[in-house]
Write a protein that binds this ligand. Structure first.
Ligand SMILES: [Zn+2]
Ligand SMILES: [Zn+2]
Length: 221
């Protein structure tokens, strides 16, 4: 059996109470010197309601303790002793259950603390990520605007380039046509050294004027 106050295993002498509880000598003395209330059932105790017991009695006690007692009283006493023992077993079981529940509760509290801490860490990390996402979204928005502006500028430049290309092609074709109309007649009518006679004229006259001039010169010859 165990002391119902400190729950250490009882050995040798102990003190039992009329309310059905048992204590080590130290705890029995404490109870009597303080409020004299049983720690388990709160019954007021006094020395007369407490009885010293031998937890491990010797053979001499076992042989002589009940000598002369009638079997009816003996059975009644044995019944009370067994009931006391069963009551102590229940108390001990409750104590162990409470101890286990307390340990589980403590573990749960530690786990809950850790879980809360982790949850806070995750929440902080999530907030950081959310802020970063917002910043990235703003950056993407700004980059999109820049991209759009650049696309518009590129389109404008492309339009300008096409216009310049068209102007260049037009000028080129005009130049080619002027060149053809100016040079071809000179090659046909004056092969050899004669074309330099009119080399200055090609720059000054158009193709048609140039041909009229040539016919006039031929007639004079
Ligand atoms: Zn004790
Ligand atoms: Zn009690």
């Amino acid at each position: 059996m165990r002391c119902n106050a400190c729950w250490r295993e009882l050995e040798g002498r102990a003190v039992s109470t009329t309310c059905g509880h048992i204590y080590c000598n130290e705890d029995a003395s404490k109870i009597l010197s303080s409020d004299a209330a049983c720690p388990i059932c709160d019954q007021v105790l006094s020395k007369s309601l407490m009885r010293p017991v031998d937890i491990n009695p010797g053979n001499e006690w076992i042989n002589m303790a009940m000598v002369g007692v009638s079997p009816q009283i003996l059975m009644k006493s044995a019944y009370r002793s067994v009931m006391f023992y069963i009551g102590q077993q229940e108390l001990e079981m409750n104590y162990k259950m409470k101890k286990i529940v307390g340990q589980c509760k403590q573990k749960c509290e530690v786990m809950q603390e850790k879980f809360t801490e982790k949850l806070e860490q995750i929440h902080t990390a999530y907030q950081k990520m959310a802020k970063r996402c917002q910043m990235m979204e703003r950056e993407i928005e700004s980059l999109s605007k820049d991209k759009q502006e650049l696309q518009e500028k590129y389109a404008e430049k492309s339009r300008q380039k096409r216009k310049l290309d068209e102007m260049y092609d037009q000028l080129r074709s005009e130049y080619e046509s002027v060149k053809r109309s100016a040079i071809q007649p000179a090659n046909n009518f004056f092969p050899g050294a004669e074309p330099e006679l009119f080399s200055g004229m090609t720059n000054m006259m158009g193709g048609r004027e140039y041909l009229c001039r040539l016919h006039f010169i031929q007639k004079q010859i």
